[in-house]
Write a protein that binds this ligand. Structure first.
Ligand code: F6R
Length: 608
């Protein structure tokens, strides 16, 4: 979950590395550092804390050179303190290394290396790599890396430089993302395109289990056995502006506000005349889809919440038994499948370690895997039989917002597509749903206009210690997602619950200080939810309700309410979640918290 970058070329190396690290910072931000080869000497600058502190340090103690590597860390092994901060160096301070991943056998390797006299300075698992490379340094950097990777188990992507091979950036990847770029004047490597976006317009997604030697005008890729591999060059399609905050104070707010635009492009892309187009990379024929008897969705966090909505709508429209599993449970569950089971991973990043492992579990069992993925060419994209592109555009804010609503809308299209194929959705049903989906972006825009109203509610509750979020049916997932958004960026204890379950335990928590966010748009479970709100009111809880415009009954029993437009039940989770995203955002900013860098988190969870 760390961000890595390396550069060789004529630009100011520390500036290139820092620029890249700023854009990779979402991957981890508890410490950072760079190493540059300057006049045949390896110079390392690193600091625990924010990237701005590294920037300050580099301003104070400038270093110049033509090759360097950089790192922004999300700590797994060892506290975020200077000795554990990357770049890590070998005993003689001639080789520097930056790593993203986990080395599972590091303790055994460390014992071996210490017995040979290597001195370890950090508590990280990664440091073994630089000492393994040091062991074979006389054979040249590329060969030493090749010998080192053979000894590693776990997942990793790393870049290394050495004063004895000072024009080369050598990198390796196994089950962790890495890209590289090069032209006649310069070359770079990074965890993802955002690290190098301002410099290159072509990119190579480094194939798994390969080693890359990068120089100006040269890029040699070999597999771990040493055989040369050809990897396609892709055009960089994202723009610097896509990963810039623009006029917004935070990425999270920018991404909340982008939702009408994102949903509009998805709806325009997916509606083809009076039918549905799921994209050119579906990878599974209609005949195969017709045969599917069971769908297992597996995902983590917010994407898992989208999966819960997927289950409701796939079962409703396509009458296919659908299960939703948390990937970290699914991968170890030894689930029962039959040959007509379709496994679906849902992932914004496409790099979530548990979700990738779940996908591989399915492949080992020869099941078809169709994934919903936002980042193209990510591991989940490459390893699935087919994908539906989420089309949310780059999501930088650590708290997922636009990817969530985009996932729901894509699942809606998939459910309708399957329903049509299997004869459970008529042309008239389809027309009704497509009309609801076409109307959705405009309705989302109307909800976003309630921003200042929601901020006023946030002011009242920003010092609350606990929150309860309740919902039913499709909006049970909305309650879970609202609670997750609040706790991850405001650190307030927030519990999401199916409202009907409340009386089986959580009702005991309710007192006259407890804000209870009640998601009750007009749906088939409206009356049931209304009863649950009454039960909360009878225990003196403070309901803050999400209601359909004109709903006087829910408003009447709520202390505060936010009205969303009248809509089809199936799109209600999209409209209901927007006020909850904004509520979480405002509560966190009113508390003075950094919503784009919540403590202990990182955007892309590439470790188990
Ligand atoms: C919460 C959040 C996480 C992610 C989860 C899965 O706001 O962002 O819960 O949803 O880590 O990530 P992806 O979708 O990238 O697999």
């Amino acid at each position: 979950m760390c961000g890595i970058i390396g550069y060789v070329g004529g630009r100011d190396v520390p500036s290139v590395l820092l620029g890249g690290l700023w854009r990779l910072e979402y991957r981890g931000y508890d410490s950072s550092g760079i190493a540059v080869i300057s006049n045949s000497e390896l110079v390392v600058r690193k600091v625990p804390g924010k990237l701005s502190e590294l920037e300050e340090l580099i301003k104070r103690k400038h270093v110049s050179g033509t090759i360097g590597i950089g790192h922004t860390r999300w700590a797994t092994h060892g506290l975020p303190q200077e000795n554990n901060t990357h770049p890590l160096v070998d005993c003689n301070e001639e080789i520097a290394l930056v790593v993203n991943g986990i080395i599972e056998n590091y303790l055994a390797l460390k014992d071996e290396l210490e017995a040979k006299g290597h001195i370890f300075r950090s508590l990280t698992d990664s440091e073994v790599i630089v000492h393994l490379i040091e062991e074979n340094r006389s054979r040249g950097l590329a060969e030493a890396v090749k010998l080192a990777v053979k000894k590693l188990t776990g997942n990793f992507a790393f870049a290394v430089i050495s004063i004895n091979d000072r024009n080369k950036l050598v990198c390796a990847r196994h089950d962790a993302p890495l890209i590289c770029c090069y032209n006649s004047k310069e070359a770079a490597v990074a965890s993802d395109i955002s690290g190098v976006i301002s410099i290159f317009d072509e990119v190579i997604y480094i194939p798994n289990d390969s080693i890359v030697v990068l120089q100006k005008g040269k890029c040699i890729i070999t597999n771990f056995q040493g055989r040369t591999i050809k990897a396609p060059v892709h055009q960089v399609t994202i723009d610097v502006q896509d990963i810039d905050k623009g006029r917004f104070p935070h990425f999270m707010l920018k991404e909340i506000y982008e939702q009408p635009k994102v949903l509009h492009s998805i709806v325009s892309e997916r509606i083809a005349g009076d039918g549905i187009r799921l994209g050119s990379e579906l990878g599974i024929s209609d005949a195969e889809l017709k045969k599917v008897s069971r769908i297992v969705i597996q995902a983590c966090g917010t994407s898992w919440h989208a999966g819960l909505i997927g289950k409701y709508i796939i079962e409703k429209f396509a009458r296919i038994h659908t299960e939703v599993d948390i990937s970290s449970e699914f991968r170890y569950r030894d689930a029962v499948f039959d040959s007509d089971t379709l496994v679906m991973a849902i992932s914004q990043s496409g790099e979530t370690a548990d979700t990738i492992a779940g996908l591989r579990e399915a492949k080992v069992k020869f099941l078809k895997a169709l994934s919903l993925v936002n980042v193209l060419q990510s591991s989940i994209h490459r390893e699935s039989d087919g994908i539906i592109e989420i089309m949310a555009g780059p999501e930088i804010g650590v708290a997922s917002t636009k990817a969530y609503t985009a996932e729901i809308v894509n699942l809606h299209f998939l459910a309708l597509y399957l329903g049509l194929l299997r004869g459970f959705v008529s042309r008239a049903d389809l027309a009704e749903h497509l009309a609801a989906l076409e109307e959705l972006p405009g309705q989302v825009e109307q909800v976003i206009k309630l921003d200042s109203e929601i901020r006023e509610i946030a002011k009242i509750f920003c010092n609350s210690r606990d929150f309860l979020f309740l919902g039913r049916g499709l909006n049970y997932a909305t309650a879970l997602e609202g609670a997750l958004k609040l706790k991850e960026i405001s650190y307030i204890n927030a519990t999401g619950y199916a409202a009907g379950e409340m009386k089986h335990g959580p009702i005991a928590m309710i007192d006259n200080k407890m804000p209870i966010v009640c998601v009750n748009p007009r749906t088939s479970v409206y009356e049931k939810m209304l009863n649950n709100i009454q039960e909360a009111v009878a225990r003196k809880g403070i309901p803050i309700s999400i209601v359909t415009r004109g709903d006087r009954r829910t408003r009447g029993i709520s202390a505060y309410s936010v009205s969303i437009p009248e809509c089809h039940e199936c799109v209600s989770p999209v409209l209901s979640v927007i006020p909850l995203q904004l509520l979480a955002y405002h509560i966190a900013t009113l508390k003075g918290l950094d919503v784009d860098r919540p403590r202990n988190l990182a955007k892309s969870v590439t470790v188990e």
